[in-house]
Design a protein around this ligand. Structure first.
Ligand SMILES: Cc1cc2nc3c(=O)[nH]c(=O)nc-3n(C[C@H](O)[C@H](O)[C@H](O)COP(=O)(O)O)c2cc1C
Length: 380
């Protein structure tokens, strides 16, 4: 049994005071309309989880070509902003606060989904199939971004951040993790450029840095977070020199006054985590390494270890997915709901989405059995 006092203590974050140190990690759930507009069902889902210290809402696309999968959210039109507004209103009314994650998929995209040829640092295709409205298809070779593409994409991120604030978010999280466009610039195997955006560390971090700086200039650095996943090989990434690239990134952005840096799969015993903690002067959100079926005890232990190692806030994905009242459960030491069928994560509808019960409502839980052999997108 561990002590949750630190985890449940309030904490400052940019202009906010969070009531606890638990952050709901961004979770793509593919419940938006086909054009990326959030739905009333999404407002219900997020409002159920409003007791999180902070919700980082799922990846939203800043422009049309950045779309990864069907029915993911977007934030580049007035319709998207209006759709998100119902979500942020519902969460605020329930006592919560939200950032929105901005994600450009880069080579993780397909013309069958977006209608456009994906763009990337270099014409290196995803080495696996990709989920589209017509099922899994072979990846296409992305078009290498020109200097003009880079400029317009940076501007699209800044505009998307402004849209997010107009939609009622408190800030945004720039997604430079998990093999998406910004991570593709950081990694040696996906960035073969010979201009100032490739080559040595200073070149490969430049796009992430310029996007983050442009977003900070647009809405204020104290409303901007940055997500990274050092060493993560998801979506065919091989960074080559993980420690060096993130040290360079932290050095370049550490003085900007960002709201936070957010590390995926943070392990307190990992020298890269320790180096990032030592080098980052601001708030560090750590997303621990948990199994497929986290329990109250594994979540508490992993969280407390990371706080002891210097993390300021703890981000949790699947525990929040399956437990709308996760904060209460951790406080009481109550058991967690099991995470149900993986395919339910990425399909439309309320099943496996808004029907995870709060404590005392267990009888409302429908059957978790499913034989549908549909594999959605991978963990984004
Ligand atoms: C269904 C699902 C969707 C995800 N979507 C996103 C996403 O949109 N953006 C992102 O940065 N990470 C995404 N992730 C990764 C999570 O934020 C988190 O880093 C990962 O699940 C590990 O944390 P956990 O063990 O607490 O779930 C997703 C993970 C899952 C399971």
């Amino acid at each position: 049994m561990t002590n949750t006092t630190a985890l449940l203590a309030s904490a400052p974050l940019g202009p906010l005071t969070l009531p606890n140190r638990l952050v709901m990690a961004p979770l793509t759930r593919n419940r938006a309309e086909a054009d990326g507009t959030p739905t009333p069902l999404m407002a219900t889902y997020y409002a159920q989880r409003a007791s999180a210290g902070l919700i980082v809402a799922e990846a939203a696309t800043p422009n049309a070509v950045g779309q990864t999968y069907p029915n993911i959210t977007a934030v580049h039109s007035a319709r998207h902003v209006a759709g998100w507004r119902q979500v942020t209103d519902a969460v605020r009314e329930a006592g919560g606060r939200m950032f929105l994650q901005l994600q450009h998929g880069g080579r993780v995209g397909h013309p069958a989904t977006s209608g456009l040829t994906p763009v990337a640092p270099s014409p290196v295709p995803l080495p696996e199939t990709i989920f589209t409205p017509g099922g899994h298809r072979p990846a296409v070779v992305p078009r290498e971004m020109t200097a003009e593409d880079i400029r317009t994409t940076v501007a699209d991120f800044a505009r998307a951040a402004r849209n997010a604030l107009d939609a009622g978010f408190e800030g945004v999280e720039v997604h430079s993790a998990n093999g998406h466009l910004l991570h593709q610039f950081l990694a040696a195997n996906t960035n073969r450029r010979t201009d100032g955006y490739g080559g040595p560390d200073a070149g490969r971090i430049r796009f992430t840095a310029e996007v983050t700086e442009a977003v900070a200039a647009e809405i204020g650095a104290e409303r901007v977070g940055l997500r990274i996943s050092p060493g993560n090989t998801v979506n065919g990434i091989a960074e080559g020199g993980t420690e060096e690239i993130y040290t360079a990134l932290v050095d370049r952005l550490g003085g900007l006054g960002l709201a936070y840096l957010h590390q995926v799969f943070a392990d307190p015993d990992d020298p890269v985590f320790q180096k990032i903690r030592a080098g980052w002067p601001g708030v560090l959100i750590a997303n621990p390494v948990l199994g497929e079926q986290p329990t109250t005890d594994t979540v508490r232990r992993a969280s407390e270890r990371l706080l002891a190692a210097g993390a300021d806030l703890i981000a949790l994905g699947r525990p929040f997915l399956a437990n709308p009242d996760l904060v209460t459960r951790l406080r009481l030491g109550a058991p967690l709901n099991p995470v149900r069928d993986r395919y339910l994560m990425y399909v439309g509808g309320a099943t496996g989405y808004t029907d995870y019960p709060a404590l005392g409502q267990e009888t409302a839980q429908p059957s978790s059995s499913s034989n549908v052999a549909l594999d959605g997108p991978r963990v984004a």
